[in-house]
Design a protein around this ligand. Sequence first.
Ligand SMILES: [Zn+2]
Ligand SMILES: [Zn+2]
Length: 152
Amino acid sequence: MKRFDIKGMMVFPNPVQKSEILKKENILVVKECFCHKGHNLISPRAVFNGLNGIMLKVKKGRQSGLVALNPAYGYKSRISIDVDMKKGEIWQLCCPNCNEQLPVYSHCSCNGDLVALFLDQKTDFYNCILICNRIDCFNAEIKFNNEVVYYP
Ligand SMILES: [Zn+2]
Ligand SMILES: [Zn+2]
């Protein structure tokens, strides 16, 4: 297996290789990511094909709950707890630990915001994952050493 040294990411044998969706042998998996205060967002409470998910707190108006995202890059599955998230809605993405809203990096082309999850505890925008806060907007980027290395 080829080593892949993006900080906070690892290459993982694709557990769903047999599905028609993606026949890649290896997939890129987020193994560590942090809020801007350095809290780990990877949680064993939501497991996707044996991989610990990315747990975020979500808020919209008076609603709030948790959402777990599949840590495999390019897989858009998620589990939401206590909230109904409908396609096209914009939610605030927060750290479940400190409750603070994750920093916005830039606007998404859908008019949502691209929110940063940091790949190390330095929490600068040089190494981060950017995800859109609009439900089912598939925009996501990985920045490594300040360059965008992966598009959807
Ligand atoms: Zn936090
Ligand atoms: Zn978007």
